[in-house]
Design a protein around this ligand. Structure first.
Ligand code: ATP
Ligand code: MN
Length: 467
């Protein structure tokens, strides 16, 4: 076959160089044939759109044409011609076709309209479908937008460790990291496991958050963000929880909680606007096939101011709803950690726009949050979104050494693990704030997908680590 430089389908579909000799490579999505012509829809992942290959059957070996099956990988030489049918602007009149990889009828993606549950069992192949191709292209674009947002604002991307020896982050159950022989565990006289001879000489785990190290960086570089994998071993089988997920955590010196809320709101709106500006083909597909309200919801987010409300006032609204006959699964009272149904009631039913809830009871929030004068609440802020509930959790941090120490002691957090963290408050302490955005929760919102397992290529959840 004549060597012609390959053109990506995304480029080709924009071309008007009719008559040009081109080469495209990709996987067969569908094929229709009549006696004289076969039409093959080819996709190479560069766009959700396929290019139509028109094959004059008489000019090709009959046995070769039989190999143009759904899923097969083809290299096609041909002439770019203006398309007469609706839909695409151009198509390719094939002159030469090589089958790079055959595909027989055991291919799991032959049938259209499979359930999301089924697609998870073929997660190794699902990126080849329209839906997951769209989702993963959007995932890439969002990652890029996040780096661009912070870089343009003068934030530094700071890498925090994945393996940590401090189990005091308090954000969730941790996965242990060990090289010990589990069949021959050494225990001391009290029956406790001895970690002295373990790889790190002490108990180590996978991180649940990069925040504590992020604070070290912010109090040196001024403004930083992390963007990396985090791990939580909670047994939460919900459409919003993964055991392994990616988190973005900005941390900024001299920001108070209002600056923090401003940053969070600007950041999310930037990401959503980026998606609308750069991923519209994929979003339009998802809007049509997955979630009819998607585009409207994305547009409305960038145009509306988020509500800012104290937790105490949020509870009043929820209690009124209960008094007026609204049924929640979980009880509502001051001091309760809000469930997703409560968060969504505030956002979807009451305010009909995103809500930033602040000043939570200190008992349900982490030890490092700045304590308010009332002695009961801390300067926490959660950003609550339609369909998702909590998408961001953050706070102004307690900068006062004495108050932080007292809280750590009160909660019985092992001090020996915290010495390096306390040094930020001991040496040149400063007010600072930050938050964590769950990357997959953002993707749920931007793609309209219903389950968090479907916005990450290979989801890890209880009893599932396939692929
Ligand atoms: P939730 O109450 O929803 O379980 P959280 O309060 O435990 O979340 P944080 O510790 O505040 O979560 O983490 C910051 C952000 O990380 C959350 O706002 C959310 O977007 C995301 N996140 C937390 N846990 C998970 C998880 N298991 N899977 C995916 N994203 C998560
Ligand atoms: Mn939270």
């Amino acid at each position: 076959m004549k060597a012609i430089k390959r053109t990506k389908i995304s480029e080709l579909l924009k071309s008007t160089a009719y008559g040009a000799e081109v080469n495209v490579r990709g996987w067969v999505r569908t094929r229709r044939s009549s006696k004289q012509v076969a039409f093959v829809a080819l996709n190479d992942g560069s766009t959700i759109n396929n290019v139509q290959i028109v094959i004059d059957v008489e000019k090709f070996d009959e046995e070769l044409v039989k190999l143009f099956t759904t899923g097969a990988c083809l290299s096609v030489n041909g002439t770019l011609v203006e398309s007469i049918g609706g839909g695409q602007s151009v198509e390719i009149q094939a002159t030469d076709i090589e089958v790079l990889g055959e595909c027989d009828n055991t291919y799991p993606l032959q049938k259209k309209g499979q359930t999301m549950e089924y697609m998870r069992t073929v997660a190794h192949l699902r990126p080849r479908t329209n839906t997951f191709g769209a989702v993963f292209r959007i995932r890439h674009n969002m990652a890029y937008a996040i780096h661009k947002f912070f870089h343009d604002k003068g934030f530094y991307y700071f890498h925090t460790p994945i393996i940590t020896a401090s189990d005091c982050e308090g954000a969730g159950q941790m996965f242990q990291v060990t090289t010990m022989n589990l069949y021959d565990l050494k225990k001391d006289d009290e029956g406790s496991i001895k970690y002295d001879n373990d790889f790190f000489g002490k108990q180590a785990s996978l991180t649940v958050s990069g925040q504590l190290e992020g604070e070290l960086a912010a109090t040196a570089l001024g403004a930083i963000y992390t963007f990396g994998p985090t791990f939580r071993a909670e047994n939460s089988n919900t459409p919003r929880h993964l055991a392994e997920f990616w988190m973005i955590e900005p941390e900024v010196a001299f920001n108070d909680i209002t600056d923090n809320m401003d940053l969070a709101e600007e950041f999310i709106k930037y990401c959503v606007q980026w998606a609308l500006d750069h991923c519209m083909e994929d979003i339009t597909f998802l809007n049509n096939m997955i979630d009819k309200g998607l585009i409207e919801r994305l547009r409305s987010i960038v145009d509306t101011e988020f509500v800012r409300l104290a937790y105490t006032d949020g509870i009043k609204i929820l209690e009124e709803a209960v008094a007026n006959g609204h049924k929640f699964e979980f009880p509502v009272y001051w001091g309760v950690d809000l469930a997703s149904e409560h968060e969504r009631y505030l956002v979807e039913s009451h305010f009909k726009r995103p809500v930033i809830l602040t000043d939570y009871p200190k008992e349900i929030k982490a030890f490092y949050m700045k304590q308010n004068e009332d002695g009961k609440t801390v300067r926490a802020m959660d950003v609550l979104f339609p369909k998702i509930g909590e998408i961001i959790g953050g706070s102004e941090r307690e900068a006062d050494y004495g108050k932080l120490l007292a809280r750590i002691e009160e909660l019985g957090i092992p001090m020996k693990d915290m010495w390096w963290y306390l040094d930020t408050r001991r040496y040149g302490s400063c007010p600072h704030s930050g938050f964590g955005l769950g990357f997959e929760r953002l993707l749920l919102f931007v793609t309209g997908m219903a389950n968090i397992r479907d916005v990450i290529p290979f989801p890890r959840t209880p009893n599932n680590a396939e692929f």
